[in-house]
Write a protein that binds this ligand. Structure first.
Ligand SMILES: [Zn+2]
Length: 439
């Protein structure tokens, strides 16, 4: 059977929305009375108005989503699996919050059963919120990273993860000596990195205060041996943290240099937060093509600060959004987008609905090296999409009656949306979650 003769599934919907970037301009691409054709390999073969679709002569299945709207699968570019159990632990800034709540929760992930159930629960929550790709932190334990790969593979999600590297600055239960850490990572990389197109490995130093020089050197060498692996970590989240890093890493000229000096910054590096980065650090990040992952609900919950998104964009740094559970307060990308909007609005920078959707779909996919694979609904890409049903939430359904344009309707979804309006989630054409019949 030639590729063009493979069976096609046509998804019909009331509307389709996705974003496109041309230069610095982000636009919302929309189709009304729309259809999306997907072949047996999960690739998009056509998109447009349903009335303009030609009936093919080969086998075709039609799925009518009624008043549903199709949007690209969301990307959560920074989320901590073991921290789901401490979400909403309030009252403390970053370093105290880690000590009081987080390290204890992560220590439990040494246990295989805890790690497996935790990974399964996160996969389930992400699918339920329309997230199809995620960059995830586990704990220091190899078994926890192993469980994430296993459970996300089974669920059909796209995953970037690795074991968290920590050998100083925390209780012994969440530390591992450098040589053992690197040895465990070699095994994980061999077993999981690129095992399928959906699974990739990320070298994951927690942050500059969790790693000794010996461990940082080992991680840099690991990256050199495995240049196709990603790097994910935290940077400049909190003023006290930045001061402590300056004290501990005296030989490095600033926070970014801690990672730079150990060969950990490049176009496959994701740096979470970056609220307090200097212009010079941002310029160096831009040159290296590293991504800044903005986590708005987390920044507000811990009181870490207000990211100046315009400053980041003006410096040319690529940026995308993430939940950062459990300092973040919600796995729903709608709520992440809304909080991002508020943080910029209070600084006089009013983002459009298209910009917000772009940051949590296409920009996120690009950060994870998936820009040519998913993140928008273009012919030739994999069909990663979500069927949303705003009618499932009465207040939103009522609001949409007076919303005249797709952009207004999208903004209303960003403001009022949650997992109740996520009807179905697809990865590469495969249904991985349905509200009607949970998988
Ligand atoms: Zn984080």
């Amino acid at each position: 059977m030639s590729p063009e003769r493979l069976p096609i599934t046509v998804h019909r919907a009331k509307e389709i929305w996705f974003t496109r970037r041309t230069g610095d301009s982000i636009s919302l691409v929309t189709f009304m009375d729309a259809a999306l054709a997907v072949d047996a390999h999960g690739k998009i073969t056509a998109i447009g108005r349903a009335s303009e679709f030609k009936s093919p002569s080969y086998s075709e299945k039609v799925i009518d989503h009624g008043d549903g709207i199709l949007v690209p699968g969301f990307v959560d570019a920074h989320v901590h699996c073991p921290q789901l159990s401490v979400i909403g632990s309030g009252g403390l800034p970053l370093l105290d919050w880690l000590t009081k709540y987080v390290f204890h929760a992560e220590a439990q992930f040494k246990n295989q059963n805890v790690a497996t159930l935790g990974a399964r629960r996160l996969a389930r929550e992400l699918m339920q919120n329309g997230v199809t790709s995620a960059a995830v932190f586990s704990s220091v334990h190899a078994v926890a990273a192993e469980a994430l790969f296993q459970e996300f593979d089974t669920a059909g999600l796209r995953l970037l993860t690795g074991k968290t590297s920590m050998d100083v600055g925390a209780p012994a239960a969440v530390l591992q000596a450098a040589h053992a850490d690197i040895a465990d990572q070699e095994v994980l990389i061999k077993r999981w990195h690129g095992k399928s197109a959906r699974l990739r490995y990320a070298i994951t130093p927690r942050f500059a205060l969790s790693c000794s020089r010996e461990l940082m050197l080992g991680l840099g060498e690991l990256r050199e041996r495995h240049p196709s692996c990603y790097v994910q970590t935290h940077i400049s989240e909190n003023i006290e943290e930045v001061a402590a890093v300056k004290e501990v890493w005296k030989s490095c000229k600033d926070y970014l240099a801690v990672y730079e000096d150990h060969g950990l910054i490049g176009d496959k590096t994701l740096l979470a937060h970056g609220i307090h980065l200097t212009n010079n650090e941002l310029m160096r990040m831009a040159t290296a093509k590293a991504t800044l992952v903005h986590c708005p609900t987390s920044n507000m919950f811990l009181g870490s600060g207000l990211l100046n998104l315009k400053q980041v964009q003006d410096s040319g740094v690529h940026l995308c959004l993430a939940s950062d559970i459990g300092a973040g307060t919600n796995l729903s990308p709608w709520q992440t987008m809304l909080e991002c909007y508020k943080i910029q609005a209070i600084q006089g920078n009013r983002l459009s609905a298209a910009e917000l959707l772009y940051q949590t779909t296409l920009a996120g996919a690009q950060s994870l090296g998936l820009g040519n694979v998913c993140g928008s609904l273009e012919v030739g890409k994999d069909a990663d999409f979500v069927v949303i049903k705003p009618s499932k939430k009465p207040i939103l359904a009522e609001r949409l009656v007076t919303a005249e344009t797709p952009s207004e309707r999208l903004f209303a979804c960003i403001t009022c949306g949650d997992d109740r309006i996520i009807e179905q989630t697809y990865v590469a054409g495969n249904l991985i979650y349905s509200q009607a019949a949970p998988t």
